[in-house]
Design a binder for this molecule. Structure first.
Ligand SMILES: [Zn+2]
Length: 267
């Protein structure tokens, strides 16, 4: 019954998101799949966490449009997410929901699931709210180096606080939806793991993420093969396979890794 209801709910939400232009066609198919596993296998607690990420990131991506004008890089895809973005952000969360099916009485799939979502939520909040920082960001690998807003690897005070808030929101939900265990510990573990994931995302952006150059705009960009202006971009640094979707995946994996560390050291 839950399985069937979860399936229908996932398809309905993906369809509404598609109609609202939050997802394109491939994104809607991917979201139906991830939603079906997470809602169907996990149930309503899992659904609340996923929807919190999905709804807040969709709303934030539509907010502060004026501030984002001219920052074509991170925001050029508009707010329509494709399958790569859906799996980059939610692929690992889906895997943890599937693991819950095999280990229904264990807490760790829930912690892993929550930590991956805390990480991608933290990262999204930082990206979308970081534009409100009054000063340009600084490189995470060299805080003396000031960079343009929207540069991968750039961090700011407002962005980092947004990260913490985005992570803490998932942390609070993860703890309160599992009231039988030590809620405060869960809150701390998830919040810290999520923040670590978002910082790792920035670190990869500053170091090994594939970066390109647009000769027309004379600008660094993540976009490849074509820039938003239509000009073919040239690879300048980073691993060519490590695009933004894989960086988001690594961000979520770092969140899950935080939980693994805590469980191994038995906190
Ligand atoms: Zn260009």
């Amino acid at each position: 019954m839950q399985l069937l209801f979860g399936f229908l709910l996932a398809i309905l939400i993906a369809y509404l998101a598609y109609r609202a232009h939050s997802l394109n066609k491939s994104g809607a198919l991917a979201a139906s799949f991830t939603g079906m596993i997470i809602f169907g296998v996990g149930g309503w607690q899992w659904a609340i966490l996923l929807l919190t990420f999905f709804i807040t990131s969709s709303v934030l991506s539509r907010s502060f449009k004026k501030r984002k004008q001219g920052l074509d890089e991170k925001f050029s895809k508009g707010h329509e997410r494709d399958a790569g973005q859906v799996f980059g952000n939610g692929g690992l969360a889906t895997a943890f929901a599937a693991l819950h099916f095999f280990f229904p009485n264990e807490l760790w799939p829930w912690l892993g699931f929550a930590a991956t979502l805390a990480a991608v939520n933290a990262d999204t909040w930082a990206t979308e709210l970081g534009v409100l920082n009054p000063h340009p960001p600084r490189m995470i690998t060299d805080l003396r180096k000031v960079v343009e807003k929207g540069t991968s690897g750039g961090i700011s005070l407002i962005g980092t606080l947004a990260s913490l808030a985005g992570s803490a929101l998932i942390g609070i939900l993860a703890a309160s939806l599992h009231p039988t265990t030590d809620s405060f510990s869960i809150f701390i573990i998830i919040t810290m793991s999520g923040l670590a994931g978002a910082l790792f995302d920035s670190f990869l952006g500053a170091t090994v993420q594939a970066m390109y150059y647009c000769p027309t705009d004379k600008k660094e960009t993540e976009k490849h093969p074509l820039h938003t202006c239509g000009t073919p971009t040239v690879h300048i640094r980073g691993w060519t396979w490590l695009d933004n979707d894989w960086v988001n995946f690594a961000c979520s994996a770092c969140g899950a890794f935080g939980v693994v560390v805590v469980l191994i050291f038995g906190l």
